[in-house]
Ligand binder design. Structure first.
Ligand code: CP
Length: 302
């Protein structure tokens, strides 16, 4: 039994094994083939913060593998409202299930849960910390769309400070000889605890124009309004960048644009029908990738 609190919990070999199994599971994820590999198993989804993709793709993944789901998307309908601690709640839920997906606004919550749980804890996003299963589906998408993971030039644009997906993804891509370009307003730059650990070359930029033509992948994120301690600081950077089809005329023809979604206004809808847009396929890839991860965590290597 292993918890997935951070992407660092998986070595490169394990990541590649999950991506390989996810590819095999694509027909099951699409509903074209049946599987019973998790028959009789129960996944608990405990979401203390809003989610569309993470929760629903985990539930779809579990049910496509013959398992079932329990859980909640509204913590105000649980005993959280009566003052129950996260530790106590997780101890209970672990007794009702074979694995738990936890999303929580507090950084470190998944680590705390892993310390009291008898079943695998999967971090579905902890504040501005990590989102490791998003990273797995991001890697799967890059591999499928670009054809490889090694040696790519990757731009990350947007809220690199509070956006947890870019923290996990930078750590993971660093194992694949990635050249990083971090593009953000200065107040939203990538935290030092991430950049200090990078072994590959990285640089920071306040605008995209001069580097767009070099990139193989552009990973765009939303400004995380809900994480700003002062709304006035959010207003200073809201709408600071926007990708549209006109801007992409300066991009490589094979550039792929990813976004963990939801988007607000940072990618214009006129990008959706271009050859660059990969973000809706990326969101679907959450199903096969999470299937592969659930099999690994719940069944081991059987
Ligand atoms: N990408 C992602 O985590 O989306 P949700 O917040 O909808 O789960």
């Amino acid at each position: 039994m292993k918890h997935i609190v951070s992407i660092e919990d998986l070595d490169k070999k394990s990541i590649m094994g999950i991506l390989k199994r996810a590819k095999e599971l694509l027909p099951v994820a699409k509903g074209n083939k049946k599987s019973k590999t998790l028959d009789g198993k129960i996944l608990a989804t405990c979401f203390f913060e809003p989610s569309t993709r993470t929760r629903l793709s985990f539930e779809s993944a579990m049910q496509r593998l013959g398992g079932s789901c329990i859980g909640f998307a509204d913590p105000s309908a649980t005993s959280h409202l009566k003052g129950e601690t996260l530790s106590d709640a997780i101890r209970m839920v672990a007794g009702y299930s074979d694995a738990v997906v936890l999303r929580h606004p507090r950084e470190g919550s998944a680590k705390l849960a892993s310390e009291v749980s008898d079943v695998p804890i999967i971090n579905g996003g902890d504040g501005a910390g990590q989102h490791p299963t998003q990273t797995l589906l991001d890697l799967f998408t890059i591999k499928e769309e670009v054809g490889k993971l090694e040696g790519l030039k990757v731009g990350m644009l947007g809220d690199l400070r509070y956006g947890r997906t870019v923290h996990s993804l930078s750590q993971a891509l660093d194992r694949f000889k990635t050249r990083f370009f971090f593009i953000s307003p200065e107040s939203l730059s990538m935290p030092e605890h991430v950049t200090d650990e990078l072994e590959n070359k990285w640089s920071t930029h306040e605008t995209l124009n001069k580097i767009l033509g070099k990139l193989d992948v552009l990973y765009v994120t939303r400004i995380q309004k809900e994480r700003f301690p002062d709304i006035e600081d959010y207003k200073k950077v809201a709408g600071a960048y926007k990708i549209d089809a006109e801007l992409l005329r300066n991009a490589k023809s094979k550039l792929k644009i990813l976004h963990p979604l939801p988007r607000v206004s940072e990618i214009s809808t006129d990008v959706d029908d271009t050859k660059h847009a990969a973000y809706f396929r990326q969101a679907f890839n959450g199903v096969p990738v999470r299937m592969a991860l659930l099999e690994k965590l719940i069944r081991g290597n059987k």
